[in-house]
Design a protein. Sequence first.
Lengths: 246, 231
Amino acid sequence: MNSYTDAFAWLFSAKNWAGPTGIGQRLLEHLGYSGLTLVVAIVIAVPLGLYIGHTGKGRAVIVPFTGALRALPTLGLVILLALWLGLGLTPPLIALVILAIPPVLAGAYSGVESVNRDTVDAARSIGFTGWGALWQVEVPLALPLIVGGIRSAVLQVVATWTVAAFLPLGGLGRFLYDGLPIRDYAQMLGGSIIVILLALALDGVFALLQRAVTPRGVIAGRISDIRTTTQQSPERKERSWLAPEA
Amino acid sequence: MTWLQENWRQLVDYGLAHVWLSIPPIVIGFLVSLPFGWLANRYRVSRGVLLTLGGILYAIPSLPLFVLLPSLIGTKILDPLNVEVALTIYAFALMLRTTADGLASVDGDVKLSASAIGFGGWRRFVEVELPLAGPVLLAGLRVVSVSTVSLVTIGAVIGVNSLGFFFLDGYQRAFFSPVWFGMAGTLLIALVFDGVLVLLGRLLMPWTRSRRGPRARKYGAAQARVAVTSR
């Protein structure tokens, strides 16, 4: 466990935190790039996902497309765009946005699709317009899954910016790339620990957010569902597939 | 094209290495997920604990995990075992949830019927629940397969050679060809693996070929769920 002593010594040394190549600056870079990527991905994917989920149009095209995108190796895509478009933030940003879109899109369209059609029909019958039903009925009910999709994207983005740190842009992955050639395992391990903690912390935040946006009626409904169905047969709990996990 | 003529041998070698690096995590992750998936589906407490654990494991970024593992399992930093163990952890974490969901999708009445005609717990699990959960397991396994084949390339960063080597090679030499062929090779492997899984599914579960009715809907919903949770 010697490596941990070294790694934590590296982590808690003040000189490693300060300056333009310090942990503080790298953390800010990492968060900044990740945040920017997510905002762009959300702006593109959420409206598109809501449209697909609400109208059912374009599903046949988009669903296999997002599946195929998942097969793309992230490292290859980042390098391809870096070679093609040159230096700067834009090439990796485009690559990471492309990688972040599938989970956000899937969350948005499956969220809207998961809303009970009877509920939407009921909303329409009491006078909601299509637009009104979307914003006041479908989106609130879909929100846990939409946030779930964003949560997956966050993890993907934080992980991939770590890998993308071979580009001269910085970010926390820098410590892994800087430590490797000079066999400075303490620095690599320390850097890895920060990235892992960051990912887990962000995942936790989004888990809480997911819980916070679940409408109270949905939770209440789920509990009563289980109670009524257990009366029929003890094992017959139809679990709601798309319900967010606590 | 000249690049291909000069380097096809290395491309094939690293492609095969890629295949061999991809198979153990998928197979082991799947097998280990079965008992834990059963456990997660069995008790409310174990479900919460196991699925939370799976979520946490899956949230760990890959490259830092490759670097972290040597300190945990005593390997060398450049040992391919680090990549194998890390990818097995991801496969397990992803399959755990799918297995639990798949087993939960088995109709309670069917399980009661199996017990009524004398199936013991183990036989009921193997001969009734597992086959009926099969389509959901297959959907999850296909996601695991694709993401494993893609994640193997990251190992190239810490010197574990696969088609990912050609990405870094292309970047260092500012040369497109290796990157293109590396990408194409990775996609080809993912495609072949996917085809093999679909074929295996048809062989082992001939009843799924015409999917209509309520099970088809469940299957679709499970796929949607997998699509949201996976990287």
